[in-house]
Design a protein around this ligand. Sequence first.
Ligand SMILES: [Zn+2]
Length: 156
Amino acid sequence: MINPAFTALTAEIAAYEAKLTPKEAAKYRIALLGRVVERTAGFSPDCEECRASDAQLKLVVDSLAKSPVTPQALKAYRKGIDRRVLHLRKVHKLASDGENTSLFIGIGVALGLAVSTLLNAQPVYSVAIGMAIGLVVGGAAGMWLDARARKQGRVI
Ligand SMILES: [Zn+2]
């Protein structure tokens, strides 16, 4: 059975979301927080750690009530979300949206640079071309993986 505390949290988040400006909503990553709570609730019947995280999530959500949020409180708030995201990724094999794209762009560019350095014909051009190829190929691979994760319902 899903802990009713999570249902209350989802309602609380929706109420804040309605009040925040788009800029504030982005600052507080409120959509992500909502999804994290939903995912946590979904896993809570089978996962002790998810089940026990309702109090921690409540603290995170409640910090939105104190306006203006101090930089310190904002840091703690973000850390609270990150902690849950980490658990969902590590234990429940979920993915953050776009994580593969940024990862593979990094790998692609690094490989492109390495290969262009090895070839070393016209350094300036080959570095630029190597980076561009790495960006395109890495980006395409990452986007494909991200799309697959979304299709499989593994994105937080
Ligand atoms: Zn869990």
